[in-house]
Ligand binder design. Structure first.
Ligand code: HEC
Ligand code: HEC
Length: 489
């Protein structure tokens, strides 16, 4: 080495050091920018928009980076039943980037997560040609969560889920990532998301062992067992599978405070029911209590939507005393037995949902939110109990809660007043055209414009349409009058 190359080398090293330090500072600034600049998560001043599109804290825990979420249906149309996420029953409103029930958070990158409206916002058409009316807080009658989970599980193990395949497709969508973002996407975001979806796939591996949810239903507790408590899906005993629950409506929570609710009546506290529902999407660490309480405050006295079709008021008046004599004790807001549990032997509906909620699970669940408080109130779960049946509930807005019973196994009110052998053994779910005659959604349409609806087979485990014989012995004219009255609730 000569005397004059020495200082030159030093200056190269010096320059390199400066460049490396500069790049590090840029990366660091980039990483902390969401916090420095205030986070860019959209906030909605309108409560209904907040409900449909606002974050409840799920993106950090279970979110999918925005551009990956966007590109998946483009890259893997073969794994979807139709075009895009709406083919899974999610509702896309014009002028919105994401379907109802999906929220965005600006973290290091935009992440897409879900909120209450995923399971509690539905749609209705008067006729097949009518416009779709969106009704927030009714059960998500069209959304097929099982199929969404299946889609994410399938793409996770596809060999095209690599940066080499995905980056050009993301660019083609107009992502316009800067060079640094491209690097981070390539070496960090894509592989990490893939790993996350592979974990999701293994947590939901129990889906292969049980009846399909189809639209409007989910297995409430099995995925808690695998995701939150580390139980291996293959270790879930067969008798605990098939705890499939129909999405309930969530309006008017105030008069429900203190009632034993959830389908099996396992919890009397509205606040815990809200937090517990949120845990489908968030974790104890990421839950956004402010966002959830904004929803909860709105739901508190929100009335159920009025029946939009004609009601024969004379006939309904004839039906009222029939309701009072046969149903009110269990289903009126002031009924002596409303919000209590009817033992399984007496109600005799499908036991799957009841059996999926076990004492062992309850013990673990009680540890959730330990030491976490909000508005000065300790959030630890204290109100869950193991029950021996299904709960009676107020029937406000019952016309919109079809298909009926905890497992959504009976399509219309007319069918519910038939004895089980005369209820439909098979019917279709996910179609949102209303049937005012039988009161519920039309359930005999298998497909529409190439879209296949879900056939619910009541002979499969978890789908049994037995039990709840109340009113089945009424005369036909009494049944007609009772149904007319039920429309007014
Ligand atoms: C993944 C779907 C899903 C999401 C997301 C979800 N819920 Fe639910 N929710 C359900 C199901 C299913 C039940 C019925 C649970 C059962 O008893 O098995 C339920 C029950 C409830 C109940 C009790 C209803 C009753 O009368 O028994 C309330 C209240 C509720 N959810 C509120 C919320 C709120 C608030 C959010 C958002 C923070 C939310 N849910 C998010 C699926 C969901
Ligand atoms: C002894 C109490 C009791 C009586 C009386 C009773 N029910 Fe029920 N009802 C229940 C229980 C418990 C459930 C939940 C069962 C399940 O989902 O497995 C239920 C569920 C329902 C549902 C489904 C609600 C939903 O959101 O899916 C409807 C509708 C209903 N009952 C209507 C009636 C009508 C109409 C009458 C009178 C003819 C009646 N019930 C009488 C206990 C009762």
């Amino acid at each position: 080495m000569t005397a004059d190359t020495q200082p030159k080398k030093k200056s190269i090293i010096g320059k390199l050091t400066i460049i490396i330090v500069a790049i590090s500072i840029i990366i660091l600034l980039y990483l902390v920018s969401p916090f420095l600049l205030g986070n860019g998560t959209p906030k909605y001043s309108n409560i209904e928009d907040h409900y449909k599109y606002g974050s409840i804290g799920g993106e950090e825990a279970n979110g999918i980076p925005y551009w990956i979420w966007k590109v998946l249906p483009e890259m893997f149309p073969d794994k979807l039943p139709g075009e895009g996420y709406t083919s899974l029953g999610f509702i896309q409103e014009p002028g919105h980037d994401l379907p109802i029930g999906f929220a965005q958070s600006k973290m290091l990158f935009n992440q897409v997560g879900q909120n209450c409206a995923t399971c509690h916002a539905g749609s209705l058409r008067d006729t097949p040609d009518s416009p779709r009316k969106i009704i927030t807080t009714m059960p998500s009658n069209t959304v097929n969560l099982g199929a969404y989970i299946q889609f994410l599980s399938d793409v996770a193990i596809d060999k095209r889920f690599t940066a080499d395949y995905m980056m050009p497709e993301i660019e083609a969508l107009g992502a316009n990532l800067n060079p640094l973002e491209k690097l981070v996407y390539r070496f960090f975001v894509i592989p990490q998301t893939r790993d996350g979806l592979i974990t999701l796939r293994s947590n939901f591996a129990f889906l292969d062992r049980q009846s399909a949810y189809g639209p409007g239903r989910v297995d409430t507790f099995t995925n808690y067992k695998t995701r939150l408590f580390g139980v291996a899906p293959e270790d879930i005993p067969p008798e605990e599978l098939n705890g499939i629950a129909d999405f309930p409506s969530v309006w008017q929570q105030k008069p429900r405070e203190g009632m034993q609710l959830h389908w099996d009546g396992n919890n009397t506290s509205v606040n815990e029911r809200n937090n517990s529902a949120a845990l489908a999407l968030v974790t104890e660490e990421t839950i956004n209590f402010d966002a959830i309480h904004r929803v909860a405050d709105w739901l508190w006295e929100l009335p159920s939507p009025a029946y939009p079709y004609e009601i024969n008021s004379e006939l309904a008046a004839t039906g009222q005393p029939i309701f009072e004599n046969n149903c009110a004790s269990c289903h009126a807001f002031d009924g002596v037995k409303v919000g209590t549990v009817i033992p399984i032997e007496a109600i005799a509906t499908d036991p799957g949902r009841l059996d999926s909620y076990t004492q062992e699970f309850l013990e673990k669940q009680k540890t959730l939110f330990e030491g976490i408080s909000y508005r000065g109130e300790d959030q630890q779960f204290r109100h869950f109990t193991k029950t021996n049946g299904y709960a009676t509930m107020p029937l406000d807005g019952v016309w919109l809660r079809s298909p009926y019973l905890h497992n959504g196994s009976v399509p219309t009110l007319k069918d519910l007043l038939e004895t089980p052998e005369n209820r439909p053994q098979e019917f279709y779910r996910g179609y949102d055209v209303y049937d005012p005659e039988n009161v519920g959604f039309v359930s005999d349409v298998a497909q529409e414009d190439g879209k296949q609806y879900f056939k619910l087979d009541t002979t499969l485990p978890g789908n049994n349409n037995s039990g709840h014989l109340y009113g089945t012995e009424l005369s036909n004219s009494d049944k007609t009058a009772l149904i007319e009255y039920l429309k007014t609730l």
